[in-house]
Design a protein around this ligand. Structure first.
Ligand SMILES: [Zn+2]
Length: 202
């Protein structure tokens, strides 16, 4: 299960972090305070988009509001939230993760840092939904990271990419001032990716 992989890949530590996925009847989300190594399918909670629990015996994650806000305001079908070490470290010091590496295009471009608000509050949910405009990732100030996708696998892969980009940026800051790609260089990367995709389909 992906929550176990999130744990074993170092994206999460202990019970922090949670996953959710959109289904026909609402949103499936991991329960509160459950060690991902020990959680199983029967522990998953089913919520409607207004925040009422409609299935599952355990209490849902306390971070349900931000998951639901994303489903209400975007077409995302899966959300992965972690307290991964490097994204969380940078969440203390930066306002945006700049485009130091071209693969940041896989997250929609430079990653915004959503302003701090208490976990589980509508204010935090609102800040995150705004930070995710035209992006599939956001960093949460003094808190962690969040990624979205069309599937749990895609959201998870983006969480791994975001953590790698944060690690790279952190390392670069130790030895100098990172060079940052321009918007036009990022646009060229998008064009090149589209060309290669088109070519591979012929
Ligand atoms: Zn959190």
């Amino acid at each position: 299960m992906l929550s176990r992989r999130a744990s074993s890949s170092g994206l999460s530590v202990g019970t922090s972090g949670n996953l959710s996925i959109r289904v026909d009847s609402g949103v499936l989300i991991t329960p509160s305070g459950r060690d991902p190594e020990r959680a199983d399918l029967g522990d998953i909670c089913l919520m409607d988009l207004d925040g009422s629990q409609i299935g599952g015996d355990l209490d849902p994650s306390s971070e349900v509001p931000m998951h639901l806000a994303i489903y209400r305001t975007s077409d995302a079908d899966a959300v992965v939230h972690t307290h991964s070490p490097y994204a969380t470290t940078l969440s203390l010091t930066i306002d945006e993760l700049p485009a130091a590496h071209y693969t940041i295009n896989g997250l929609g471009g430079p990653v915004r840092v959503a302003p701090y608000a208490t976990f589980g509050t509508p204010q935090l949910a609102q800040n995150i939904a705004a930070a995710l405009t035209d992006r599939s990732a956001a960093i949460l100030q003094n808190h962690g990271a969040i990624t979205t996708g069309a599937s749990l696998q895609q959201a998870f892969d983006r969480a791994v990419l975001l953590e790698w980009l944060c690690t790279l940026h952190w390392r670069a800051l130790q030895v100098g001032r990172p060079k940052i790609l321009t918007e036009s260089e990022l646009a060229d990367v998008r064009d090149q990716s589209a060309r290669l995709r088109y070519g591979s389909q012929r």
